[in-house]
Write a protein that binds this ligand. Structure first.
Ligand code: MSP
Length: 522
């Protein structure tokens, strides 16, 4: 239990409130970190907010408030959303934190001293949405930014540039020799192709055009431009300092995974790698690029008016706990693929996978245990580790660990559902109610024990997705809610009375979408 695991998420822009795209990433990350905590005591999750740049400056000006006021207002919305979704981060960093700003200045200075940053006059096409200059060949046929479908501004400025070209070959070699670095691996060629045409990048803007940012030390005409500021959060948060890095930094770095969206892989796989190489620091083990969430199959956008906040969904379905939404989001797409949210699909999937498949299984079995055995397990009920369901339970556990090692979060959820399906079939085939009728009480008891033990496995394996439901499952089984994987050993439910009629409660509530419909109409 000693291997450390350090996970970071992208830090969100705070020029608006969190939507379910942001939530998707934080839920995936939280599911990963909760799973890792089942295996190690040293799992650490960092998330945060990206608070500088022209977009914040402009939005704040439009609202007639200061950029810091805008950041504070929206930061609290992100914090509140993550609290509601039970995102169990260890730390949340804001790029306006003084400690972060101080170390970013040091980093910039160090890169300059290393000869990797130089001043250069530049004319380029700047997209305020991406906060970066675009190459003309990256634009759409109509000359628009492919992400924001807006015409980039032509800007001439004297800026500091970072020598990305110097690191081009080293990064390509690194990517080729580290097959786990970019995940899923289908993204590798895309990055290698982008690397071929890479140019040095602008890493500052004039103070005249961008005031809301970290100053370049010793040159008050320039502001550090977002990517060095933003990417450095992964090390400043845990105490990196050029002269005197903290013990925590030494313990946690290199990071095990940067969880990010597919739109920002280049910044992580190329820009960030080059910055780390210049600083003489090791690169992260993996960058996991998830797909995007669409709403009813359309891209979420303010102009389409289809942006959904996670709290709207919890409210619309009257959910006190986030488990159902977390489960749905985490299983919305296979690794790296885009996923979609729709109210109907949410309701159907959660009802089918959680309420009907797993919920009924637990409920029926506990009721039979009360009916036939007064809620009591006896020594002779305990089934062998070599029984079919016990073997499948252990195989499922091992496959889930493998899935998580490859960041296959939805795939791991499917394994749990498949296992519950098999256990349901086992109940149908063995028909414990008939065994009881025929007086085959020991056989009946063994079937019930097998199902309850399988439910204990399901509870523990489901924990990263649905922490509250998982706890209810274990409590219904009269087990301590300890979700460590070391408890996944067959035969741990011990003899004794585990339940009685009044104690049996449904742990999965079916989602009622009429409620959501009425709400929409209202
Ligand atoms: N601030 C930068 C990231 C800097 S990381 C050093 C940024 N911010 S963002 O707010 O635009 O996006 C934050 C994360 O949310 C990104 O990983 C992005 O891919 C993800 N998503 C934003 N919209 C999304 C969807 N519709 N679906 C899934 N993820 C999406 O980029």
């Amino acid at each position: 239990m000693s291997e450390k695991f350090y996970l970071t998420t992208a830090i969100d822009y705070v020029n608006g409130a969190p939507h379910i795209g942001h939530a998707y990433e934080k839920i995936l990350s939280d599911v990963i970190i909760r799973h890792k905590r089942q295996l190690t005591d040293k799992a650490y999750m960092l998330t945060g907010t990206d608070e500088h740049g022209i977009k914040i400056q402009k939005t704040a000006a439009l609202k007639g408030i200061t950029p810091k006021e805008l950041c504070d207002e929206n930061f609290s919305k992100f914090e509140e959303a993550w609290r509601q979704l039970e995102i169990s981060y260890d730390q949340i960093i804001r790029t306006t934190d003084e400690k972060h700003k101080k170390v970013v200045k040091q980093i910039f200075k160090k890169l300059y001293e290393n000869g990797d940053i130089y001043k250069h006059s530049y004319k380029g096409l700047y997209c305020a949405g991406c906060e970066c200059f675009l190459n003309s060949k990256d634009l759409t046929q109509d000359g628009l930014c492919p992400n924001h479908l807006k015409k980039p501004e032509e800007i001439t400025e004297e800026n500091y540039f970072f020598k990305l070209t110097k690191y081009k070959d080293k990064i390509a070699d690194y990517i080729k020799s580290h097959p786990d670095f970019i995940q899923p691996s289908i993204r590798v060629n895309e990055i290698l192709n982008q690397l071929e045409n890479i140019e040095d990048i602008s890493v500052s803007r004039t103070r005249n055009s961008v005031q809301w940012g970290i100053e370049v030390e010793g040159d008050d005409s320039q502001t550090i431009y977002v990517w060095i500021d933003a990417l450095s959060n992964y090390i400043t948060a845990i105490g990196y300092d050029i002269e005197n890095p903290s013990a925590q930094f030494k313990e946690l770095w290199p990071c095990d995974v940067h969880v990010i969206g597919k739109d920002i892989i280049k910044f992580h796989a190329v820009y960030w790698s080059a910055i780390l190489m210049s600083l003489g620091l090791p690169l992260a083990h993996s960058i996991f690029a998830h797909g995007w969430i669409t709403i009813d199959q359309s891209k979420m956008s303010k102009s389409l008016g289809n942006v959904i906040a996670p709290k709207d969904i919890l409210q619309a379905f009257n959910l006190e706990k986030p488990d159902a939404f977390r489960y749905y989001m985490a299983s919305a797409a296979l690794i790296g693929k885009d996923g979609n949210y729709s109210d109907d699909d949410f309701k159907e999937k959660v009802n089918a996978d959680l309420a009907n498949n797993m919920g009924n299984l637990l409920n029926r079995t506990l009721n039979m245990l009360v009916k036939y055995f007064d809620g009591e397990i006896k020594q002779e009920f305990i089934t062998e580790k070599t029984s079919k369901i016990a073997i499948m339970a252990d195989n499922t556990k091992n496959q889930i660990i493998e899935c998580f090692n490859k960041f296959e979060i939805a795939e791991a959820a499917n394994l749990i559902v498949n296992f519950a399906d098999t256990v349901n079939k086992y109940v149908t085939e063995t028909a414990p109610w008939s065994l009881a009728k025929e007086g085959k009480m020991r056989e009946c008891a063994q079937v019930l024990y097998t199902v309850l033990e399988a439910m204990r496995y399901i509870g523990i394996m489901l924990y990263p997705y649905c922490p509250n439901i998982a706890e209810s499952i274990l409590l219904q089984l009269n087990e301590t809610p300890d979700f460590k994987y070391e408890n996944l050993e067959w035969g741990k439910i011990k003899p004794g009375k585990i339940t009685e009629k009044e104690k049996i409660k449904p742990v999965f509530l079916r989602l009622d979408s009429e409620f959501a419909e009425n709400k929409k109409k209202a």
